[in-house]
Design a protein around this ligand. Sequence first.
Ligand SMILES: O=P(O)(O)OC[C@H]1O[C@@H](O)[C@H](O)[C@@H](O)[C@@H]1O
Length: 240
Amino acid sequence: MLGLPDSITVALFDLDGVLTETAVLHRKAWKKAFDAFLAARAGGADHADFVEFTDQDYLDYVDGRPREDGVRAFLASRGIDDVDPQTVTAIGNGKNDMFLVSLAEDGGQAYPGSVRYLEAARDAGLRIAVVTSSKNGAAVLDAADLSKFVEVRVDGLDIVSKGLNGKPAPDSFLLGAEQMGVRPAAAAVFEDALSGIQAGAAGAFGYVVGVDRVGGGQAEAMRAAGADIVVTDLDELLPA
Ligand SMILES: O=P(O)(O)OC[C@H]1O[C@@H](O)[C@H](O)[C@@H](O)[C@@H]1O
């Protein structure tokens, strides 16, 4: 059904970058927050020691992970290990303030192909859940007018309140399947982040769909991380 094995009855969609274009807003807000931190640490953005946060840094260390996990993973990648927990929180909060401003301006656009897929899923009886690391999951779904499709939502607030490990651990997707009342083998994971694809592979879900929004070597990296199929838009899975 809809490009998935017949054994699949539930779709577990990541949100930012799979259903909505908000991954771009997250990436831009993270760049501003990390560049400000790195510049202050180097003694200025024009200092030779300042090395900016790149799009590849976002994909490798931040994309798909809960907020503070992303901060810690990126800082560790730069060998920065002397930052206290308050600073980690402050970097994440600063980024969130900027993200919320851009979400209010931008409105949280849904990908048209994803809306077509959600409509087809609803019509075909494929049940729909959203599993996102973001604490802004409800706001983004509402802004993009997608809440009406969603039976169950697991978000960054649930990850904190239930003490779950964030992606690349499978916990949040496993909770999504549990709340939908199915075994992981009956659920498909849809992800644009390598951390999320790793989570899908680690949880032994029935099918893992990689959604490549960036190109370059990303599709290959997704297959290596455990994607069963890689598409550039969800409507590639719909009948022509
Ligand atoms: O800071 P938030 O809104 O809780 O989001 C955490 C993460 O949520 C993920 O969905 C995004 O891919 C990341 O870019 C983001 O950092």
